[in-house]
Design a protein around this ligand. Sequence first.
Ligand SMILES: [Zn+2]
Length: 319
Amino acid sequence: MKCLLAMLLLLLPAASFAQSSEELAEQDLRLARIADAMLVGNAKLCRQTMPVTGIILHSADQYGDGAQALFAGGPLAIAEVVSGSAADQAGLRAGDTIAAINGTPVSHLSPQGEDHLRELAFFLLADTIENEPIALTVVRDDEVLMTNFSAPNGCRSLVEILVADGPKALSDGRVIQLQYDFATSLTDEQMAVVLAHELAHTVLEHRRRKEALGIDNGSIMRHLGRNQQVNRRAEVEADRLSAHLLANAGYDPMLVPQFWQSPEGIRAGGGSMPSFVYPSQSARAEIVEREIAMFLPSRRGPSWPGHLLELRDRSLAAD
Ligand SMILES: [Zn+2]
């Protein structure tokens, strides 16, 4: 997994780094603010949850040599704190070095494969026992601070901005990623629609349900035969649920059909090329309009879409 800042540090001369890291921080914070509200607003719909802290972590192993000065206090630090979040209220700040999470010293964490220390720390934090306070030991200006704070429960997912070629947005059950250039092209409401679609894949446990059928999403075979039908069924389920996820986060669910017919939505859905996986953009919009008319006539949360949640325990294969 390559984070944007790491890429920028490799690619950009030092002079433009400050400006670029500010732009990244802005997108990171905007995504976190929108995502955190959605994760918390839909906590009851998710079988896997975590405390939603408002902390954006970063670690030295994400970056090239140019950024090591950021980590003088240790290899894991707070990159940003969402204002008004649980971490903000607990007094945590961007730049704080994290020395221990719930009693586990950060020095005991050893990332494997493509993971960075940041992801390991994120999931350790996510593993905090429900309704227990989070205990963080941080270092700020050579001073050790012990903080204990509670954070609201939300759906369990790392949500992040990514720079790399490939899909504009994706959800693999653990992580939801939005490509940087795509994120900057979206309004807050459009970003919420994209996020709701990706979170719907997580809530509906599509990765597990596809794996149960032996379907590999990375393969070209996803466009063919039974795989195509299964993937299309998953996309329709995600589009329908996304309307409920938006309503539970305080948005008008009609944003979904509006988005899929907008230029940004058409770009996100694969451009003007016909897709073998997705229904057409207008069909996607109609499916969601029908969902809203039947199950969300007030266009407001709270919504309990039991008819969609029960699909988690069914196969994605044709009946
Ligand atoms: Zn999808």
